[in-house]
Design a protein around this ligand. Structure first.
Ligand code: TYM
Length: 334
């Protein structure tokens, strides 16, 4: 708790271009939670270097992502928006937690298996211990809730296991976090292969809608989206492509699948795809406009980055010092 509020932590990687999946699965929900919780939203640049990055590109992307957090509606006075690399406690706690995590647990992580298949020439130890750093992110702020998309649930599970293991030895040190999944959009799939999640790193540019795509590109991608053979807009197992488009439309308009089925009763896929594209444009346009405005104001952003890093550091150190004491490190004399 901070004051009378429960704590929320989440983060995103500044790698690749953010997709509609990132927005509907995470960012959009974040904005709705900021009155209820004390929120920390990090740009997790330490996680990004588990895959090789161009340094100046990574720096630029990190800044853009932080700007995007604000453009999406996160007020930096109410939410702590900061770079993970500006708070050294993340890496320090991750080291300690590494010593409370088993190789077997990490071996089971599906994201590690996927990423090591994709980057076979660079299966580094950081890629393997990535979930421990994620646990450190969350536990450092004693987070009660962690809003994420479905693909991160396994990492949340291991975070809870590590925290419980640590607490069983040293007493109640960490709050055990709960995942928070949005009602809609928790798993947005590729527009070209609805069995795969929409991903920043997809090589097929038509598979993902990027948050900075212009209206023409968005419409084109939805027109080309893979659909099914039933010919009607119905939410069912046999129509994974249509189901995904219905999830997107529902998340953008707030309509339920029953309402969507009714709206498109008797209409074909073509009409429906147009409507989905338009609903996405309506959501992304204001975000893109705010982003362009904010990007111009360098001084404003720099101020936010400094203030929020100090705030994050203050809370991070509280937990870190407690943990260091518990595991037996000598007290600091300065
Ligand atoms: P990342 O950067 O891959 O994704 C950021 C958020 O977007 C969600 N997401 C999706 N949701 C729905 N449909 C999709 N297709 C989709 N693709 C991505 C993700 O679930 C995530 O919530 N390891 C994390 C970042 C991280 C983190 C943390 C998150 C580091 N430390 C601590 C929470 C708490 C990641 O790589 O997310």
């Amino acid at each position: 708790m901070i004051g009378d509020k429960k704590v929320l932590f989440s983060g995103m990687q500044a790698t690749g271009n953010l997709t509609l999946g990132n927005y509907l699965g995470a960012l959009k929900n974040w904005v709705t939670l900021c009155d209820e919780y004390e929120c920390f939203y990090s740009v997790v640049d330490l996680h990004s270097i588990t895959v090789r990055q161009d340094p100046s590109e990574l720096r630029q992307r990190a800044r853009k992502l932080l700007t995007l957090y604000i453009a999406a509606g996160l007020d930096p006075k109410k939410n702590c928006l900061y770079y993970q690399s500006h708070v050294s406690g993340h890496a320090e706690l991750a080291w300690i937690l590494n010593c409370f995590t088993y190789m077997g647990e990490l071996n089971r992580m599906t994201q590690f298996k996927d990423k090591s298949a994709k980057h076979a020439d660079n299966i580094n130890a950081g890629l393997f211990t990535y979930p421990v750093l994620m646990a450190a992110d969350i536990l450092l702020y004693q987070a009660d809730v962690v809003p994420v998309g479905k693909d991160q649930l396994q990492h949340l599970e291991i975070t809870r296991d590590i925290a419980q293991r640590f607490n069983a030895i040293y007493g109640d040190v960490f709050t055990i976090p709960e995942p928070y999944l949005g009602k809609t959009g928790a798993k947005i799939m590729s527009l070209q292969d609805p069995d795969k999640k929409m991903s920043k790193s997809d090589e097929n540019a038509n598979a993902s809608v990027y948050l900075m795509d212009d209206p023409d590109a968005i419409m084109r991608k939805f027109k080309r989206a893979v659909t099914d053979s039933e010919g009607c807009v119905r939410y069912c197992e046999e129509q994974p492509g249509i189901r995904n488009l219905m999830d997107i439309y529902g998340a953008c308009t707030g309509k339920t699948s029953a309402e969507i089925e009714k709206e498109f009763d008797g209409k074909g896929y073509g009409d429906f795809k147009m409507a989905v594209g338009e609903s996405v444009i309506a959501v992304l346009k204001p975000l893109q406009e705010r982003f362009a405005e904010l990007e111009k104001d360098k001084g404003y952003l720099d101020g936010i980055i400094k203030e929020n890093a100090e705030k994050a550091e203050y809370y991070a150190l509280k937990t870190l010092r407690k943990v260091q004491k518990k595991v037996g490190f000598p007290e600091r004399v300065r």
